[in-house]
Each structure stands twice: as C-alpha cells, then as structure tokens.
Design a protein around this ligand. Structure first.
Ligand code: GN1
Ligand code: MG
Length: 366
C-alpha cells in the first residue's frame, strides 16, 4: 500500500500536479489497466481529483502508440465539437502525456464528476448510451484511419481469435484444457457462424471505419443526476474496425441479463428491451450512413463479438490468466461460461434482433 502510495505521488509530481496528495483509491472497473482516483489539496485549500492509470504493457506492447492515437482522436473530436467534453490528459515537464519508467507506463487526466453503469435497466440511459456510441463513430467518419496506429493487431479478427484458442488448447501449458472440454466444444461448434463478420470483411463486403472497439456501457460517463451522456471514454482501442464491432460489443455487455463476471452465468441471456433501446439510440445517429450490408450484419455481430470474447476468456484461462485481471482462480472460466450462455440465447433470438434493427433503420432513415 505505501509502495503504491509512493508510486502515485511520484507520478503526480512528474505531471506537475500542484498541492499535496490527500487520498486515493483504486477503481476496480476494467480488466487490463489499473485505475486510481487521486485527490489533491490544492495550494488554495480546495480539493481537486484526477484519474491516474497504469497501462498494461503486456496487453499494449506499444503504449506510446496508444497515447498517440488518443491524442489524435481527442484533438479531432474537440475541433469538431468544441463544446463537448473530452478527457484532458496532463503533460510532464518535457511535454509527454505519459511517464514510462521501471514502475510502468502511467498517464493522468482530470476526473470528471459523473456516474457509470456496469449494469443498467434504465431505458433512457441505455438509449443515450447507444446514441453516444453511434455519434462517436459518426464523428470520426472522416477521420483518416491510416493515421491511427494499429495498437493491437487483429483485435477483432474473430478467426484469428479462434486460432489463438486452438493453439492454447494444443499447448495446454497449465494442464487445464481437459477440465474445460465442454466449453471448448461449444465455442468450436459455432466457429463458422461466429466468424461471419470477419469473413464478410475479408471478402471486402464491409467498409472499414474508425471504431472504438470496447463499447461497454461503463465506458460512457453520464451526468450525476440525470440521464445525459457526457463523454465516451477508454479510447485505448480506437482503431480501424467494423460498425458491428462497436454495436455487437455494446450489446453483449449492456443487454446481458447478467453482468459479465456473474457467477450466476446460467441466467445470462438477452434482455430484449435493452437491446431495442440501445439499437434505437445507435441507429438514430447511424442509420443514414451505414450501408445495407452493414445493417444486415448488426444482429449477427452481437453473436460474433460474444463468441469472440468467449474464446479470449477461455484461452486466457487455459494459459494461466496472463491477459485479463482475475480475482479468483476460475474467474476467466466463469467469464467464458457467461459469454457462452449469452451467445446461446442470442442464437434463438437472431431473427427478432434483425427485425428490431430493420424497424429502427426505417424509423430513422430520412
Ligand atoms: C478488456 O479492460 P477493459 O475493460 O477496458 C478488453 C476488451 C474486453 C473487455 C471485457 C484491450 O477491456 O477487449 O471486451 O476487457 N480490452 C483489451 O470486459 O483487451
Ligand atoms: Mg478498454
């Protein structure tokens, strides 16, 4: 604890935060980076809070390239809409937006008073989250994708994710594969269907856009009292991608009846009201721009993204959890089971989902 305290103090000093560190705590959201809220007593006696993050350099091998992307994207968004809030990253004396030393890769930005939702059944908020992600993507419509570093290659290439899983099963370094035979069998059984989105892209049937790629509803900050979205955060994975990556990933998180980490994974499945409301919000901003082909992929993209994440959690479990943070030994297995249960339910609802998408498109196309 004191060691962490010292590290945080050193980082804040490097970012030239005035005053003295009064308190801090870790924010447990997020499966890869570590996030801390620090509060300073400023020289004038008032308090000011910041968010300090230690970027996971196992996951992000080139964190400078990640920060470079974030800089470009936030600057672009700010120019497009100067009134919209963006995350304000602080700089060190030598104008760097990070500190990279033997203690890791650190960054610091202003804390925005707000609330976030890991699970939300308030339909207005769900609608506004869909709108925030749809709008985010549309605002980056003319952003030159070639200007972005591909910080995690093949991030949403489902076929590649399946290959990675297959390799892990073959190598089985922790002897865990035998124990997860049922899970392996289920995900492998739906492989071709899960790879639909990737295959369509490889056949050049879908346009490449600039996407967020990690559209969990808790990556939208909402006003503290009220239902308006303030800003989309966690731009670590903004990269060229497909609209279905953002739509599908958002649905697999927000519309799941159980939370991603729930041990009651048997109850996981689609909440169709939430699906409808998120889709409304998302298509309100995107219906006029998306191609017919893209629209046709939205429902299946939910299944693809859910299966893809199941392969990622399962692989991590088999490899001894090198990638995702865990709180207990079977954590990644539980996460896998939850994604599988959700994907199974989605399979039964695919037609209903596609129908909702079509209805929203006709409603919002002008
Ligand atoms: C990771 O750490 P977080 O919550 O931002 C992961 C996402 C997964 C998500 C599952 C860079 O995101 O791809 O969908 O966990 N991010 C990375 O909760 O791998
Ligand atoms: Mg993320």
């Amino acid at each position: 604890m004191t060691e962490l305290n010292e590290k945080l103090e050193r980082v804040c000093t490097a970012f030239r935060i005035p005053g003295t560190l009064e308190s801090w705590h870790e924010i447990k959201q997020g499966n890869v980076n570590r996030t801390f809220k620090v509060t300073f007593r400023q020289p004038d006696g008032t308090e000011k809070s910041y968010i300090v993050q230690r970027v996971n350099t196992y996951v992000f091998e080139d964190p400078e390239a990640v920060m470079d992307n974030i800089d470009r994207v936030t600057e672009y968004l700010h120019k497009k809409d100067p009134h919209r809030k963006v995350l304000h990253f602080h700089h060190t004396e030598d104008r760097k937006n990070h500190v990279f030393d033997e203690n890791g890769f650190w960054r610091l930005f202003n804390f925005i008073p707000s609330r976030t939702f890991d699970h939300c059944e308030d339909l207005e908020i769900v609608h506004n989250a869909g709108a925030a992600f749809g709008e985010f993507q549309m605002q980056l419509r003319d952003f030159n994708a070639a200007d972005l570093n591909e910080t995690i290659p093949y991030f949403h290439n489902t076929r590649k994710r399946y290959q990675d899983l297959e390799k892990a099963v073959t190598e089985d370094p922790c002897g865990r594969a035998a124990q997860v035979g049922r899970e392996i069998e289920w995900v492998m059984g739906v492989k071709e269907k899960a790879c639909t989105l990737t295959d369509l892209y490889e056949r050049e049937e879908l346009p490449l856009r600039v996407t967020h790629n990690d559209t969990k509803i808790n990556n939208v900050l909402f006003e503290q009292e009220g239902t308006k979205a303030i800003v989309v955060i966690d731009l670590d994975t903004v990269m060229p991608g497909l609209v279905g990556h953002d739509f599908g990933d958002a649905i697999r998180f927000a519309a799941n009846r159980e939370e991603e980490d729930s041990r009651n994974w048997e109850n996981a499945g689609m909440n169709m009201e939430i699906f409808r409301e998120f889709t409304e919000g998302f298509l309100e901003h995107t219906a006029n721009v998306l191609t017919e082909k893209e629209i046709d992929t939205l429902a299946i993209s939910c299944f693809s993204m859910t299966c893809e994440l199941a392969t990622r959690f399962l692989r991590d479990y088999i490899l001894g959890d090198p990638y995702f943070k865990i709180n207990y030994p079977e954590h990644n297995l539980v996460r896998t089971q939850c994604q599988i249960a959700l994907a199974r339910d989605m399979e039964c609802r695919m037609e209903e989902m596609a129908e909702t998408v079509r209805r929203c498109v006709s409603k919002y196309r002008t």
